[in-house]
Design a protein around this ligand. Structure first.
Ligand SMILES: Nc1ncnc2c1ncn2[C@@H]1O[C@H](COP(=O)(O)OP(=O)(O)OP(=O)(O)O)[C@@H](O)[C@H]1O
Ligand code: SF4
Ligand SMILES: [Mg+2]
Length: 313
């Protein structure tokens, strides 16, 4: 089965004062229909850039320096911009961290949803009810600021689903919410799994979101996917030293209320001046001599892959 969405050897750089910042480096990933792919990793490791590059919707200043971005097998990067937009419009919808920014503050929810999706009122009410908005008909007459953050995020998810996308991409969809709202949105996304038959890509810092929602997870570090595979396999038997460090952290380090990614000692390397060897070297406790001089190559092992000189154990 052809993946709905895939990227092959994708690299993305930002032009920054005094150089080039390598935000995504040689990433190969795919997601199939009915599958939920999680992307995790610490702040600044390239998750949002990768999510945006997966649909070639990068901010100004970003350049795709190599690779392919395929939607149902078609490489978007080879299409003229208008054809790309048409393909994307038919196939992909995106949900962002803070749904307030997605709404126009002076128009009602109903007006915006109708403009954005072209759907009639009964369908809007139906979809709002489906994402758990109480009194959905009245919600259409409200303005964005009259809704809670969790409600706005539900409306944003409803808007995305009304587009009937084949791929739903959510970048930190629960991060701006308080713990209760966050739990509700996670619950909603989990329910969606049974009714939405497209593919879902979720970027998150939240280990609980990965564990509860995702089939597969890609762990990013310094722009690279360092480990990729089924969630169960990776959570129970992480192979890359970075994944191990994240998951082996004393549970006390993980904030019990938020379940957020623990922090590990050290910091990301400067992405404008990467070392010749492994980018994780300064923080790695099991480095080999080769790690200093040569970048590790991806090693596939039983449906998962690991980017480390030590390979899969
Ligand atoms: N528009 C931009 N211009 C220049 N550099 C950028 C831009 N956007 C992101 N970067 C840089 O690219 C790298 C990756 O950023 P990105 O936002 O993709 O990371 P992230 O994993 O999503 O982080 P976070 O968890 O904080 O959202 C970072 O070093 C960041 O500073
Ligand atoms: S390649 Fe070497 S330095 Fe990098 S994570 Fe593996 S063992 Fe550690
Ligand atoms: Mg981000």
């Amino acid at each position: 089965m052809t993946p709905v969405l895939s990227v092959e050897n994708l690299s993305v750089a930002y032009r920054v004062p005094g150089g080039t910042l390598q935000a995504v480096r040689d990433v190969t990933l795919s997601v199939r229909r009915g599958e939920v792919l999680g992307i995790m990793g610490e702040s600044g490791c390239g998750k949002s850039t990768l999510a945006a590059a997966m649909i070639n919707l990068l901010p100004p200043g970003a350049v795709i320096s190599q690779g392919a971005v395929r939607l149902n097998g078609t490489d978007m990067l080879t299409l003229p911009p208008a054809a790309q937009r048409a393909l994307r419009g038919r196939s992909v919808a995106m949900v962002f961290q803070d749904p307030m920014t997605a709404f126009n503050p002076v128009l009602t929810i109903g007006r915006q949803l109708a403009d954005f999706t072209g759907a009639q009122e009964p369908r809007l009410v139906d979809m709002l009810a489906r994402v758990g908005i109480p009194d959905a008909a009245r919600c259409l007459d409200r303005f964005p600021h009259e809704l809670s953050g969790g409600m706005r995020q539900r409306v944003a998810i409803a808007a995305a689903l009304l587009m009937q996308p084949e791929v739903l991409i959510a970048d930190e969809p629960t991060t701006a919410l308080d713990v209760t709202m966050e739990a509700q949105i996670i619950h909603l996304l989990r329910d969606l799994r049974t009714t939405f038959d497209g593919a879902i890509v979720i970027v998150t810092h939240h280990l609980g979101v990965i564990a509860e929602l995702c089939d597969r997870v890609a762990v990013m570090y310094a722009g690279e996917v360092v480990e990729d595979g089924p969630v169960d396999a990776i959570f129970h038997d992480p192979q890359h030293p970075y994944t191990r460090a994240l998951l082996a952290c004393d549970p006390a380090v993980v904030d019990p209320a938020s379940g957020r990614l623990p922090t590990i000692a050290g910091r990301l390397p400067d992405l404008t001046a990467l070392p010749p060897g492994c980018a994780f070297l300064p923080r790695c406790t099991v480095a080999l001599a080769a790690c200093r001089t040569a970048p590790p190559q991806l090693r596939p092992a039983e449906g998962r892959s690991v980017l480390c000189h030590r390979g899969a154990a």
